[in-house]
Design a protein around this ligand. Structure first.
Ligand code: ATP
Length: 878
């Protein structure tokens, strides 16, 4: 690596020569050639487990080890075919586990691709957005606050760029960058004329040239050291892991007791061992872990199709418990389609068409709107901030015969911008709520500022009228505030505009002493889906809170329209929030539905206050400064379209349509995934309970063992997995959003769950034992055949009971086709075992008479009939 060039010690001209590129960027043709040569700009993931390692890893499970012991014991007891079957089943299980692991990894990777960043690049002199993978060395990139740096780059032009390089250096401070030439030996952290892949732009802007991509970048070199593909388990998976461990220990203890009981009864050693083994196999829910993984993967895929991209699997579970959603207004609850409505200047309110370029105040207001503005409208499509391109659209409508600033009788922003070149700028940020740009107007350096009315008005010393410039008095302020109030009460977003002549260097400290020009109000209608979604959230016991940088009156007007704010609710401004203590906030928080004029830092306090109340909070965000709040929230939600890469990086979920309604859909999906997992677990564990009870009963009653290990493995791994998966695929229903959110501290094994597990298990065990006795009247082999058949079939029927709480008649037999498929496939497998001679001998089953078959069918159906009747009685009572 050391022969590599130390670009930081090169002057700009040499760098450009090195990459044979001009300020117009590469040509598409050349870029394609380099892409073919250098490959895509992607990082190869760090050490990944090989497929063999994943396969062998499947055997490192305590439960699997118990099964291996069972196979060995079976062999010693002379039951070699049983040993073979157990081993075959274990290998099959490991193969399935490996396939699932690889599939789950692929699905996570495809999710990662969905949320991979774009870069703004100049090619053939045209600015365009490209996926980061297509960036090549020599590309000229434009970096702006909120972007992720996608390659290593050298700074060509710098406008106060600050980056966070914590992914590379671990230091989470913002580093100011600069355009300069450094010494060859400058250490990585001090190379202020370079930016590195993986860094986040927190402030300012810069034009840079790419010097390295993919594995040649600094982060690429350490990628092997970092385990990028680190697997993280979700809380549910972790608690199930813990549960499995406890279960395994319990199984070992009970098996030992059963074994000892057998010996005490003077049973043959091997027979006593067989009882213990049967019990162990009966109790182990082999399919549990994989079912949870599959259901979660299926859920995230479904969410991605519905525009919610899950970045952190933990979010799927948290979503089900969300009881507060703190949402941004602009673009999430509203359409972010701004249209200028009215203007106020020179003491009058007027429409955009009435703007008169001959009036000096109007003219400067127009300059301000176009020049303190970074957006463009190309072929009727806005590029940049919707607030800003609404201003450009407004200007394009204004008629004028002033050839200096218009084309074909209308104002042309390009002509204006070319004639009045920009000298300096301070970009907009939601803390300051201002943007300033210095331009040369007829040779005079003039700063144009636009921003929130209440902020800018206090920075104005004068007010401009067409006939004079007056001092900004308290009365003048009152007139402007009153006009702002009138606009805001109609839900309009209002911006104030001001200017001053200044030759000094522009800085935040010098954003004052302005002359007020006017106000421009714009509409941003609520999204229609928001109104319905807020209503749905309310029914689901979820409070929606609006958090906005906008003016309080505007925010309340919109919140009322959407249904977030109703009479008796409180609307707080950021300033009011600063004044109250944490205790006062905790007291009021349930009543506060609108936070206006807040800065991103306030969001952290709001989330924290809700979390202290034990509530699970989702928080949306798009800006750089939203990142800490997104990390703090239980579910951080970033905007996919308007959101910065910084926000997406911090979030657990990204909305690819920026729509509030998508969050509610994701909550429903989150609740559904959890419910389905819980029901699948109930299904598996109640089935296992039935088998355990049968083995325990026969052991206590000194009867022959009812099941061979192969029988139980057949049920646990094959016939039971099918309905369990079908339960996992149960579609979401509107009823899911009619209940209160789940208590996050409540585990799966609640009292109610355990009661159901035991009662349903006992019911299945009872009919299985009836079948056993019927068979036992003939011989022990028939007893085992009857018991095995009834247990298998009863558990297949039981799959329909566990789909949902409600009776099958209420939810519809056909509403989950997978469950019917699972039943048919499971029954088919059972018939194969019972009637295909090779299988019958491996499973040691006896030939059944028609009468016995009818009895099996009847007995196996009884538990389901009873459970459905109980459900229906419950529903009737309700
Ligand atoms: P939300 O937080 O719901 O997205 P918002 O878009 O109004 O609402 P910010 O983007 O933080 O929040 O804007 C805060 C205020 O800053 C706005 O109400 C407006 O007065 C002002 N503002 C917004 N965009 C600009 C801009 N591009 N230039 C100058 N001022 C702006």
């Amino acid at each position: 690596m050391q022969n590599e060039k130390k670009y930081w010690s090169y002057p700009e001209a040499e760098i450009l020569k090195c990459f044979k590129v001009t300020e117009d960027g590469l040509t598409e043709e050349k870029a394609e050639k380099i892409l073919n040569e250098k490959g895509e700009n992607v990082l190869r993931e760090g050490k990944k487990k090989s497929v063999l390692q994943v396969f062998l890893g499947q055997f490192c499970d305590l439960l699997v080890i118990i099964l291996i012991a069972a196979a060995v014991i079976s062999m010693f007891s002379g039951n070699v075919s049983s040993t073979v079957v157990i081993l075959v089943v274990l290998v099959m299980n490991a193969v399935l586990g490996t396939i699932q692991h690889v599939k789950a990894e692929k699905s996570l990777e495809s999710l990662k691709k969905l949320s991979s960043p774009n870069a703004k690049v100049i090619r053939d002199g045209v600015k365009k957005e490209l996926p980061s993978q297509q960036i090549v060395p020599g590309d000229i990139i434009i970096l702006e606050a909120g972007d992720m740096v996608v390659a290593d780059c050298y700074i060509l032009n710098n406008y106060s760029l600050q980056v966070n390089e914590s992914s590379l250096t671990g230091e989470s401070v913002n580093i100011e960058k600069s355009k300069c030439v450094l010494d060859e030996n400058t250490a990585l952290a001090d190379r202020i004329n370079m930016v590195y892949s993986g860094s986040l732009v927190t402030y300012g802007r810069a034009e840079v040239v790419v010097t390295a991509t993919g594995m040649d970048t600094e982060i690429g070199r350490i990628a092997d050291l970092m385990n990028l593909s680190k697997e993280r388990k979700t809380p549910l998976q972790e608690s199930l892991d813990k549960f499995s461990k406890k279960l395994a220990i319990l199984i070992i203890i009970i098996s030992i007791i059963v074994f000892a009981l057998g010996l005490y009864r003077h049973m043959q050693l091997l027979d006593a061992l067989m009882f213990a083994v049967a019990l162990a196999v009966a109790a182990i829910p082999e399919a549990l872990g994989s079912i949870v993984t599959i259901v979660q993967a299926f859920g995230t895929q479904k969410m991605a199709k519905e525009n919610a991209i899950i970045k952190n699997l933990k979010a799927v579970e948290s979503l089900g418990c969300v009881s507060v959603i703190c949402s941004d207004k602009t673009g999430t609850l509203t359409q972010n389609k701004m249209t200028v409505q009215n203007l106020y200047a020179d003491g009058k309110v007027f429409s955009p068409e009435e703007l008169d370029t001959k009036n000096c105040v109007h003219r400067y207001l127009l300059y301000d709107a176009v020049l303190a503005n970074d957006s463009e409208v190309v072929n009727g499509k806005g590029i940049g901030d919707p607030t800003e391109y609404a201003l450009i659209e407004m200007c394009q409508k204004i008629k004028s015969d002033d050839g200096k600033i218009c084309r074909d009788g209308r104002i042309d922003e390009d002509i204006l911008r070319e004639k009045m070149l920009r000298i300096e700028e301070i970009p907009f940020d939601s803390d300051r709520k201002l943007m300033s740009a210095k331009h040369s107007i007829d040779g005079i350096d003039t700063v144009f500022t636009k921003g929130a009315v209440d902020v800018l008005i206090d920075k104005c010393e004068y007010v401009s009228y067409s006939d004079e410039i007056r001092k900004m008095t308290a009365d003048e302020k009152e007139i402007i505030r009153e006009q702002n109030r009138i606009f805001s009460e109609n839900g309009l977003r209002v911006l104030a505009f001001a200017y001053k002549e200044m030759t000094d260097k522009l800085s935040i400290e010098k954003e004052n002493g302005f002359t007020f020009l006017g106000l421009i109000s714009m509409v941003d209608p609520p999204r229609e889906e928001s109104i319905k979604a807020v209503q749905k959230a309310k029914e689901a016991g979820i409070k929606t809170v609006m958090i906005t940088g906008d003016h309080k009156t505007t925010a309340v007007a919109i919140a009322e329209k959407i249904g977030i704010y109703s009479k008796g609710d409180i609307a707080l401004t950021g300033a009011q929030l600063d004044e109250i203590s944490d205790e006062q906030l905790a007291e009021k928080i349930e009543k506060i539905s609108v936070y206006a004029r807040v800065s991103p830092e306030h969001k952290i306090r709001i989330v924290d206050a809700w979390q202290k109340k034990g509530r699970i909070a989702a928080m949306t965000g798009d800006g750089v400064n939203d990142a800490p709040a997104l990390k703090k929230a239980d579910v951080g939600v970033a905007m996919g379209i308007t959101g910065t890469e910084v926000a997406k990086d911090a979030a657990a979920m990204v909305l690819s349509d920026d729509n509030f309604a998508t969050i509610i859909k994701a909550v429903a999906n989150g609740r559904n995934v959890y419910r389905n997992i819980k029901n699948a677990i109930l299904f598996l564990l109640s089935g296992n309970t039935a088998a355990i009870l049968c083995v325990l009963y026969t052991s206590i009653m000194a009867l022959p063992v009812p099941f061979a290990p192969v029988h139980l493995l057949f049920i646990n791994l094959l016939t039971d997995s099918l309905p369990a998966l079908a339960i996992g695929m149960e579609p979401a229903d509107p009823g899911l959003l009619k209940n209160k959110p789940r208590d996050p501290s409540e585990g799966i094994l609640t009292k109610d769950f355990l009661a159901k597990m035991f009662s349903q298990g006992a019911l299945i065990a009872a009919v299985t034992m009836c079948a056993y006795y019927i068979g036992y009247s003939q011989n022990a082999a028939m007893a085992s055949t009857m018991a095995f058949s009834v247990l298998t079939l009863a558990r297949l029927f039981h799959g329909f009971n566990c789909r949902r709480k409600e009776s099958i008649f209420k939810i519809g037999f056909l509403s989950n086709k997978y469950s019917i498929g699972a039943f048919i496939a499971g029954t088919f497998l059972l018939l194969v075992v019972l009637f295909v001679p090779v299988m019958s001998s491996v499973f040691s089953v006896s030939t059944l008479t028609t009468g016995n078959m009818v009895k099996i069918l009847g007995l196996a159906f009884i538990p389901t009939a009873v459970i459905q009747i109980v459900k229906m009685i419950g529903e009737g009572r309700k």
